[in-house]
Design a protein around this ligand. Structure first.
Ligand SMILES: *Cc1c(COP(=O)(O)O)cnc(C)c1O
Length: 416
């Protein structure tokens, strides 16, 4: 293999990947090594993303789509190149089908407000699952208040998997949309999204997929899936916060009214009448997160250097190892045991509140999430107020899991 080829061949070397994340070298209070197990809340950033953003601010920054001068054109080129990187990443047919938003939350609100208000009326039904993030519940409740639509909730079983027959039974002749997560942030469950989309389409129903937790782990092809809308958030994909993505099929986006009004999204404005810009700008009112989009593009470039099949095999092995270790500890209960999962473990320790668990682990330099994970209906389903959640990123290794297990043993001693 020539050296040029090997540079371009994606690889997976966990030690090299760990060096790509400068924050992993930080020492936590008490001189503890950082054990970062909260990538599902927000991923840490590789140096390549930090450098790309610093480079724009230091050398190539200006507002975009407006200036005739050099810097503005360069910034515009890089912003639009980032859009094409997202297009390639999702396998979308056109870059005009990629709308930059603030985050996944805004992308879902955009669809609910624009598509929802234009297309749904009283009595129409939207199917959600019991394991949605609040970002894929509340926008539909707001729409329900405005239009009188009904929300139908597809239940999950004791493992945290969608109950397929119950999902199929949710469809009626009033069903207009399925809004469903691809991966649950609270349980790690991977939903059978291709089957969900096929079934919905058989019923003449559109599908919005919340891919926030999926894209960091799973290769997505929106055309192969035939997803109508697919959303994700940049900061969980190793990019910056404040940038998210709405993919929509061109014909749907074309027919939808604007979400917000202002600059960037117009063609002409008079006080009598305004005409709107073409896609994607129609949905990007105001100055966008220019550097955020470029940073997201850099994150996608970074991911392209990694052999994702090997990364996935590593993650699944790490997940199996974690389950095995936790199974050996009395009084630890795992929530979310679906057969298809990403590297994420929600658990509770008998007699210890998840917040206390989180605090004790923090003293060991371990960063985990404790709470309801913005998915209170999931907590209700399992009859717990909260869980502690450890979630893996590309850089997670066996040391991280061993440190976690030692931390849990410490919690057990304190509360035992
Ligand atoms: C994090 C998350 C969201 C919301 O992401 P924001 O960046 O807060 O908008 C939505 N859905 C799922 C499944 C998530 O994990």
């Amino acid at each position: 293999m020539s050296s040029a080829a090997s540079i371009n061949t994606p690889s997976f070397d966990i030690e090299a990947i760990r060096k790509d994340f400068p924050i992993l070298a930080e020492t936590m209070p008490g001189g503890k090594k950082l054990t970062f197990l909260d990538s599902a809340a927000s991923a840490q950033k590789p140096q390549a993303v930090i450098d790309a953003m610093a480079n724009v601010y230091g050398h190539e920054y200006a507002n975009i789509h407006r200036g005739v001068y050099y810097l503005s054109q360069i910034a515009t080129d890089h912003f639009e190149a980032a859009r094409r990187k997202v297009q390639g990443f999702l396998g979308a047919a056109h870059d005009r089908e990629i709308i930059f938003t603030r985050n996944a939350t805004e992308a879902i609100n955009l669809v609910a407000a624009s598509w929802g208000r234009a297309n749904l009326k009283e009595g129409d039904q939207v199917i959600l699952s019991e394991m949605e993030h609040h970002a894929n519940i509340v926008p539909w409740q707001l729409l329900r208040e405005q239009t009188g639509i009904e929300l139908v909730v597809a239940p999950i079983d004791d493992d945290g998997a969608l109950i397929w027959e119950e999902f199929e039974n949710c469809f009626t002749d009033r069903t207009k949309l399925v809004a469903m997560t691809h991966v649950s942030n609270a349980l790690g469950t991977v939903t059978p999204i291709a089957d969900i989309i096929r079934t919905a389409h058989d019923h003449g129903t559109l599908v919005l997929v919340d891919g926030s937790q999926a894209v960091p782990h799973i290769d997505v092809d929106v055309v192969a899936l035939d997803a109508d809308f697919y959303v994700f958030t940049g900061h969980k994909l190793y990019g910056p916060s404040g940038i998210g993505v709405l993919y929509g099929k061109e014909a749907l986006l074309e027919a939808m009214p604007p979400y917000q009004g202002g600059g960037e999204m117009i063609a002409t404005v008079t006080f009598e009448k305004t005409t709107y810009a073409e896609l994607p700008h129609k949905f990007e009112a105001g100055t966008p997160n220019i550097v955020g989009a470029i940073g997201l593009g850099a994150a996608i470039d970074y991911l392209a250097t990694i052999d994702r099949a090997a990364a996935d095999a590593h993650e699944q092995a790490l997940l199996a190892y974690t389950n095995e270790q936790l199974a050996g500890l009395n009084s630890v209960r795992i929530y979310g045991t679906a057969p298809q999962k990403v590297g994420l473990v929600s658990f509770a320790i008998d007699g210890a509140h998840p917040h206390d668990v989180g605090t004790i682990l923090d003293h060991e330099g371990i960063a985990v999430r404790a709470g309801h994970h913005c998915a209170q209906p999931v907590m209700d389903r399992f009859g717990v107020p909260a869980t502690t959640r450890a979630s893996f990123g590309l850089h997670s290794d066996y040391d991280d899991v061993d440190t976690l297990v030692s931390g849990i043993k410490l919690v057990q001693e304190i509360f035992g």
